[in-house]
Design a binder for this molecule. Structure first.
Ligand code: SUG
Length: 461
């Protein structure tokens, strides 16, 4: 067993954060469609959360925002010309597409990829597969840049320019699954890993909402079973230590568009709502069998009678970070302020910590700007379990200390607007401002991940 740690890679919220109302089945996104956002406050809130993790003694990573507006999408949709002309025309001819090209949704890095630590994989490498996010157009455009960023941080071949053999021996950044509904994949938001300690072999649980080819009525089920199975195969997971569980239709219809809206787990503990899974008993039985000899499963199931599903979803009780912090013998739940403000959820938390279960403390964080688009503390981070040796190999610029957080906050204060209404996306100055901010962030982190897509808008075919 190795001395591995779990590193949270939070998405730095980008300068184009706005309320586009783009996500069918995500109640917060629908409710706040068209509202005025505050990208500066959003990014500062996210960075304060990262600072809090750092103070708690954790290693904290960051993933940069993606390039927005994403000119590549506008080009593919047939727009040509200088970026400002293209934006003006798209605003008139295809306003929904313009919102899509500006979406800052890559902030929710729980959807960036599925990650399997080296302790679980057949070839002993860390495997990561960017999510194709194929259900929503504004999210589907993330996958190529996600691959580019993960490849730059962890991969062997950075843009095919150099080969980092040591990294190749320890990491595998796979290509996203095909972008078809049969392979619909939303990344780590539908994936839970349980284990005795992070470095020990674990059980990986994949939660899907439908079979490939199955049509469902109502809100979309964003993860297919075929996608989950394909990830497990390509990561080389032991079938005996892998569980596939169906998310309950009831949860999806109530607004749980990802499993992490109704369930979170870490180490040997699974914290979930009574209605999270289609068949709770079978799911827990499968996890116990898969974990046999590895860990003794501890469960905290929240009954509907105590926290009704609707409250669980509006409060985002489960979209919390469940952490084992240095010096604390019980787990800590980092929940959004909205949980504290929802009577049933807050009372549940109070009773839970007063008892002697595995979760001993709840702390509330303010990520309201993200929450208004349906993104809580857990959505904002991608968990990557790394051994000390693996940690040494990754691009160091994305590992934060207090001064790096200060520097990012300075960039945000300098370049981000504090007010962004939907009509502002067509403001000719805004795209240039957003791209400048993006470049400043990449420079700060020592990354190159620019697409150059704005250049080919004016190229002759
Ligand atoms: O995919 N919201 C995101 C929220 C993702 C939350 N992630 C997890 N649960 N892990 C989504 O629905 C809204 C964007 C808008 O409407 O402008 C949005 O994409």
């Amino acid at each position: 067993m190795s001395d591995a740690i779990e590193v949270n890679f939070d998405g730095l919220i980008g300068p184009t954060h706005n309320y586009g109302g783009l996500s069918d089945g995500n109640l917060a996104s629908a409710r706040n469609a068209g509202a005025v956002s505050n990208p500066r406050e959003a990014a500062l809130q996210g960075l304060e959360k990262m600072r809090m993790m750092l103070h708690a003694g954790l290693v904290q990573g960051v993933l940069p925002p993606q390039e927005r507006p994403f000119a590549g999408l506008l080009y593919q949709a047939g727009f040509r010309g200088e970026l400002d002309e293209v934006i003006a025309r798209a605003a008139r001819q295809a306003p929904q597409l313009l919102k899509t090209a500006f979406s800052a949704s890559a902030m929710w890095t729980a959807n960036a990829a599925t990650v399997s630590p080296s302790a679980d994989t057949e070839d002993g490498r860390v495997h990561m597969t960017p999510a194709n996010l194929s259900t929503m157009l504004h999210r589907a455009i993330e996958a190529p840049q996600t691959f580019m960023i993960l490849d730059e941080i962890f991969g062997e071949d950075f843009f095919g320019e150099w080969s980092h053999e040591a990294r190749g021996a320890h990491f595998m950044v796979n290509e996203a699954l095909p972008g078809h509904p049969d392979f619909a994949d939303e990344g780590a938001a539908n994936h839970v890993r349980l284990c005795e300690s992070h470095g020990a072999r674990g059980v990986e649980i994949f939660v899907y909402g439908r079979e490939a080819g199955e049509s469902t009525v109502g809100f979309p089920a964003r993860q297919s079973r075929l996608a989950s199975e394909s990830l497990a195969r390509s990561h080389g997971l032991d079938p005996a230590r892998t569980v596939f569980a169906r998310q309950s239709r009831r949860a999806i219809e109530a607004g749980a568009f990802h499993n992490d809206v109704v369930c979170v787990g870490t180490r040997d503990t699974l914290f979930f709502h009574e209605h999270a899974f289609e068949d709770t008993e079978a799911t827990l039985g499968a996890i116990r069998r898969a974990g046999d000899g590895l860990f003794d499963l501890k469960t905290v199931m929240v009954p509907d009678a105590q926290v009704p599903l609707g409250d669980a979803i509006s409060s985002y009780l489960f979209n919390s970070q469940l952490l084992s912090l240095p010096g604390e013998d019980r787990l800590v739940l980092i929940a959004p302020k909205e949980t504290e403000e929802t009577g049933t959820a807050r009372r549940f938390c109070e009773e839970m910590v007063a008892g002697n279960g595995p979760i001993g403390r709840v702390e509330y964080v303010d990520v309201r700007q993200s929450m208004k688009n349906g993104g809580g503390p857990a959505c904002l981070r991608l968990r990557v379990v790394l051994t000390r040796e693996e940690l040494e190999l990754i691009h160091p610029g994305v590992l934060l200390d207090a001064s790096a957080i200060d520097a990012l906050q300075d960039i945000v204060r300098t370049h981000y607007r504090d007010r962004l209404a939907p009509a502002d996306l067509a403001d000719p100055d805004f795209a240039a401002e957003a791209l400048t901010a993006h470049r400043a962030i990449l420079d700060q982190l020592g990354l190159h991940a620019e697409t150059g897509a704005d250049l080919y808008l004016t190229e002759d075919d």
